[in-house]
Design a binder for this molecule. Structure first.
Ligand code: SAH
Length: 396
């Protein structure tokens, strides 16, 4: 790997000195000298003082990540081995848990490796590369994994900035090939996972604690509406928790069969559940017209989505989404409002909730709050990395 010096503007150097890991554009004084992604950069303040070492890689968040503040530490295979060994030992409790066989093993900057996440799915590793820059370290990373982690096979997703498109080629990297669906367990719930069918594999592991909460405390005897339901993971949790009926709504055609599959592998009669392939916003209108209402409503939209009729952005439209949900939630019912929009911190998200209830003339009470679970480690120097916000709200 080539190495060059990256000059950090004086007014930002203290941030890096304090350990802030993201190499953001405004901080770079010699931007023009950055050429090849994957170049190792040694960060210096304008007086030549060493700040840290990292790599150049463009992703939506910035221009790369600082990986170490130790001047003598090189970014080589041994470096990755040390990181993986530490990440593995931090998650020991997961490896001995027969009820949960999938979790995040490496969470980017939260484990000192900005730009790379690794999920563990019952023996198979799924690597997410967030820039071409980090992908340049693939050989070292794979070799380091071979030496530090027990696994059967490795798959990967290249999530480089290619105009938002997913680069689809064979996702298999090394080891044994998996047989899909791979059936993983999460607190005893089974999920079918496909590591070789595009960027989304069937379940979002960051909602583990929320699914358990819904199953154990918000389902028994309830009618549950799951919007933006994808493969119906929240609906499965609710059905296993004794929901009277679940309704899953997603506009993607394939969500139907995927949801049937998740119910079926958990021994749930999917014909007794409602699975609706429709735009959520049309469904709200339909539900109002039909006088439907629900005891528990789950809202987990993408931070940004474009459908035929409209675009949804969590920042601009979450409040309205909540207002439409409030209209079809029973009195004393519960709305589980979730967002992964990095730009919407918890306080602002609660502001949307407050406004939505005020504007619809209802009182409410916040019952529970969730952010990322422990395996999705967050770097305290980079709190923006804690993107998940989930609030359970009772309509009064
Ligand atoms: N809540 C899900 C994950 C949601 S992923 C879970 O816990 O697993 C986002 C989903 O929103 C995708 O499946 C996408 O098809 C769906 N989606 C996006 N816009 C939508 C809309 N306007 N109406 C219905 N579904 C939508």
């Amino acid at each position: 790997m080539t190495e060059m010096t990256l000059k950090i503007k004086q007014k930002f150097s203290h941030k890096f000195k304090q350990g802030q890991p993201l190499i953001f554009k405004e901080a770079i004084a010699n931007l023009d000298s950055l050429k090849e992604e994957g170049t190792i950069v040694s960060l210096e303040d304008e007086r030549g003082g060493f700040l840290g070492r990292g790599y150049y890689g463009r992703q939506n968040k910035g221009y790369g990540w600082m990986l170490t503040q130790k001047q003598k530490e090189q970014i080589d295979q041994e470096f990755f081995e040390r990181k993986f060994a530490k990440a593995w030992s931090k998650r020991k409790s997961f490896f001995n848990n027969p009820d949960t066989t999938a979790f995040r093993l490496v969470n980017g900057e939260g484990d000192g490796l900005g730009g790379l996440t690794i999920d563990y799915f019952d023996g198979f590793l799924l690597l997410n590369w967030y820039s071409e820059g980090i992908y340049c370290f693939k050989d070292e990373v794979i070799e380091a994994l071979e030496r530090t982690v027990d696994f059967k096979g490795i798959y990967e997703k290249k999530r480089f900035n290619t105009g938002g498109k997913y680069i689809d080629d064979d996702d298999f990297v090394t080891g044994e090939r998996g047989e899909f669906p791979l059936i993983i367990k999460e607190n005893g719930i089974q999920f079918a996972v496909y590591l070789n069918e595009g960027a989304m594999v069937g379940v979002f592991l960051d909602q583990r604690d929320v699914r358990r909460k819904i199953r154990n405390h918000y389902s028994e005897g309830k009618t549950v509406l799951n919007t933006f339901s994808y493969t119906g993971a929240f609906s499965v949790a609710a059905a296993l928790g004794g929901a009277r009926e679940t309704t899953s709504v997603d506009l993607a055609n394939r969500s139907y069969e995927k949801t049937v599959e998740q119910f079926a592998i958990n021994g749930i009669d999917y014909e007794a559940q409602k699975i609706v392939v429709q735009d959520v916003f049309d469904y709200f209108n339909y539900a109002v017209k039909k006088g439907l209402s629900f005891d528990t409503v789950v809202l987990d939209p993408p931070s940004f989505a474009r459908s035929k009729k409209k675009t949804f952005s969590a920042e601009k439209d979450y409040k309205d989404l909540l207002k439409q949900s409030i209209a079809i939630t029973e009195k004393d019912g519960v709305i589980v409002a979730s967002t992964n929009a990095g730009k919407v911190p918890m306080a602002r998200f609660k502001g949307f909730i407050d406004q939505a209830f005020k504007e619809t003339g209802h009182k409410y009470a916040i019952l529970e709050e969730f952010t990322l679970p422990h395996d999705f480690a967050v770097d305290p120097k980079f709190p923006q990395g804690n993107y998940l916000k989930v609030v359970f709200v009772r309509k009064r």
